[in-house]
Design a protein around this ligand. Sequence first.
Ligand code: PEP
Ligand code: MN
Length: 448
Amino acid sequence: MTVNAKTDASAHTWRDLPAAQQPDYPDSKALRDVVAELESYPPLVFAGECDQLRERMAAVARGEAFLLQGGDCAEAFDAVSAEHIRNKLKTLLQMGAVLTYAGSVPVVKVGRIAGQYSKPRSKPTETRDGVTLPTYRGDSVNGFEFTPEARHPDPQRLKRMYQASASTLNLVRAFTTGGYADLRQVHAWNQDFVKNSPSGQRYEALAREIDRALNFMNACGVDPEEFKTVEFFASHEALLLDYEGALTRTDSRSGKLYDVSGHMVWVGERTRQLDGAHIEFVSRIENPVGVKLGPTTTPEEALTLIDRIDPDRTPGRLTFITRMGADKIRDRLPTLVEKVAASGAQVAWVCDPMHGNTFEAASGHKTRRFDDVLDEVKGFFEVHKALGTHPGGIHVELTGDDVTECVGGGDEIFVDDLHQRYETACDPRLNRSQSLDLAFLVAEMYRH
Ligand code: PEP
Ligand code: MN
């Protein structure tokens, strides 16, 4: 059982510190009412599940497993549909199958899903044709549409965030445990995709091999339960502290605090100030925690983050998600990894090859080159190989839909194609074919 954190003072210490990137709610009474209501809602995940993921992440930190973390940059309320969720999940399951089989490594599968509704932004306002309005901060804060009404921050949206997360998680749980994720479905996940895509065809060949292996095991009388369901976890950026705080509860088994809005939460590059509210917040919860590290991160900062978030040096507790950019990773990552390893801390190192590689195309679209994404992952593997440390996983922005948001890939998208299906509410995502391409290439890097 999990009880409310109202009585636990350590759940509230973040409130005394500056919190970057929070919405400017004009009516604080309305916000307080919403927070009080959220505090009465049931947890979205259980403390025991968060512990389970921490165990899995410990295997990643020890070099025994690989993390696949992926999903939208920003989830949108109107994309909470069976089709969107299934497509995203299917893509992640296919990538997971590729990495497990071709990389021969256990894969920990974590979605950027069921809570990824809030975005840090580089500017507080946006100007179009001489009109300036508050920037879009994610569906949990305001609307995407460029009108004063839509851009007005509304705390009622926090309740919709909870509901959207709950219905997404409900469907994810049904898909992953209700037969759909059975390994015997490896072909079915690919059905609508094979014929017109090179990566789909490559996947089909791999699925046939998996099938043969399963049939062989079956003929030997082995049909393990593990093949029938998949362990899948939900994660998002812990950005809006009013929301995350309202969903932080004391676990009655252990008396410890858990943020029950998702299994894993991370702190972004723009909110990881050592004396800020976000780091204070995550230092008090038991969930596995990620912190994004950009190219300016110093080894001292990384070591202080470890002291703050993982003072007991628990493997699996802390994941560093590096996002340096393809042109900087080989230069900036080695010192960080070296100094952290020398300190004796066992963090998981994960590569986000998306956020350091964004640029604006001539057409005005925010985009990323598939080759840059790939090159950053390559650099990540090279650095860890040279240092004898473990390249623990990838963190990617993707969708299961055939969007045209990133350029390149085996089924090449050109800059001139970007307008065709550019649907993201924030950053450009890999489409299904680009995601599968990436999984195959990462599996190869992992093996070598
Ligand atoms: C993100 O993950 O969408 C994001 C904003 O990343 P970062 O904090 O690394 O910039
Ligand atoms: Mn993003």
